[in-house]
Design a protein around this ligand. Structure first.
Ligand code: GUN
Ligand code: ZN
Length: 429
């Protein structure tokens, strides 16, 4: 017999894209969602779902919002312990804070400790799926997948390959990068809810030989995702130009080695040239916006309005620990602020869509996660729209649902997440 739970509340699901037409029309609010084992089996009117499923356990969340768990499309779980490190821009930040911390992940015990710490923190913030860079150490990948598998969590991760411009102890080679990535992919990809992503860190830390090897690996496993960084800071772009004098632009350093494709995820993509935008659109690559990182490291302002208008596939991400938060609520707030600085404020429905459906689409997983609909995997969160006195007093004078939700997006944190469900199981929060 299936285990059935009926969650009652304001169930928020998307019936379309809030970037096409009136944003609120892409959203449907229902009275309840029925969870059967690890899946959502029905969404609809609470009374009739109750009548048709008298054996179901009922949990009444009152006015709280029930929605899909957040999907964080670009993170570095190994940067958990050095989040919020002061005062550096990208390249100095990597050398000063990031690389010394990543050096520790050859130790499986440490990698396991941080993987579990990271998954505890993100679950408390309502994130149920993430796509993570690991470190060059295979142990860091094993630790992350092992921790996620125990929690029955849908995650994507890969060994971060680097064979130059990184310290001794944090470099592989074109060959070992290929071999270790392939072995990890074979061991983990498609097991339970785990997926492997081929992960060259970014062009400055890979030789042409390594980029070529990564491209060859992707050609062997084209159904896998490939994740990297692109066009984050102007100094980085100038460095790429020096390192690859033949390349037409930054994207070309990936393109010419077979690292541009529809299953590719490109983090940051702030200072794109016209050719790069056109090519990314042509191949239907995923662009990942990391707003707290872009302000924290001082990178620049992502062109959400322009890229959405041109039909790009965009996901939202914390970029922990270049990003300054584990919270997708805080991340949506930063995306809103960057929109404002560019003269294009995002609607609350668009922000929620980006952090669920949008990110799931960028991972090519929108058929199973990121929305509340029959047949989807039951990764759900419950949002309290009055989680602190400051938010509650604003919510109290809201005139509609969207005005009630927006203060939680702008000012909310883990206190707003009252319940989290992963694969149909309630996770303690
Ligand atoms: N570019 C290459 N590596 C990184 C990283 O770890 N974080 C960020 N924000 N950008 C990068
Ligand atoms: Zn990153």
């Amino acid at each position: 017999m299936a285990q059935k739970t009926l969650l009652k509340g304001r169930v928020l699901s998307f019936t379309g894209s809030p970037f096409e037409g009136e944003p609120t029309e892409a959203v449907k609010i229902s009275g309840a969602v029925l969870v059967e084992d690890d899946r959502i089996s029905a969404v609809g009117d609470a009374e009739s779902l109750r009548a048709n499923n008298p054996e179901a356990n009922v949990v009444d969340h009152g006015q709280n919002v029930i929605m899909a768990g957040f999907v964080d499309a670009h993170v570095h779980y190994p940067q958990t312990a050095m989040i919020a490190s002061w005062g550096k821009r990208l390249i100095d930040w990597l050398n000063t804070y990031t690389f010394p911390e990543e050096m520790k992940f050859g130790d499986p015990a440490y990698a396991g400790e941080i993987a579990n710490r990271y998954l505890d923190l993100t679950a408390a913030h309502g994130t149920t799926t993430m796509c993570s860079f690991c470190t060059i150490h295979p142990e860091s990948v094993d630790a992350f997948f092992t921790a996620a598998q125990k929690r029955n969590q849908r995650v994507v991760a890969g060994k971060t390959c680097m064979d130059r411009n990184a310290p001794e102890g944090l470099r592989d080679t074109a060959q070992t990068g290929f071999d270790q990535s392939q072995k990890l992919l074979e061991n983990w990809h498609g097991i339970d809810r785990l997926s492997y992503a081929i992960t060259p860190r970014f062009s400055p830390t890979s030789t042409p030989e390594q980029l070529e090897a990564m491209g060859a690996l992707w050609a062997d496993y084209p159904h896998c995702l490939m994740q990297t960084h692109l066009s984050e800071q102007t100094d980085e772009i100038a460095w790429v130009r020096e390192l690859f004098p033949e390349a037409r632009d930054y994207l070309d350093t990936y393109e010419k080695f077979g690292l541009l494709g529809s299953n590719g995820l490109y983090g940051h993509v702030i200072h794109l040239e016209a050719r790069e935008r056109d090519r990314l659109r042509e191949v239907d690559a995923a662009l990942i916006h990391c707003p707290t990182s872009n302000t924290f490291i001082g990178s620049g302002l992502f062109d959400m309005a322009g890229l959405m208008r041109d039909g790009h596939r965009v996901g939202l991400a914390t970029d922990t620990g270049g990003g300054s938060s584990f919270s997708m609520l805080r991340t949506m707030a930063a995306a809103y602020e960057i929109g404002q600085l560019r003269g294009a404020p995002l609607h609350a429905a668009q922000l929620l869509w980006l952090s669920t459906v949008g990110s799931a689409r960028s991972l090519r997983m929108d058929d199973c996660i990121g929305n509340v609909a029959p047949g989807m995997e039951a990764d759900l969160i419950v949002l309290d729209l009055a989680s602190t006195p400051a938010i509650a007093q604003r919510e109290a004078c809201a005139e509609n649902l969207w005005e009630a939700i927006f203060p939680t997006i702008m000012m909310g944190d883990d206190r707003a997440i009252t319940e989290v469900w992963i694969a149909g199981q309630r996770v303690s929060n």
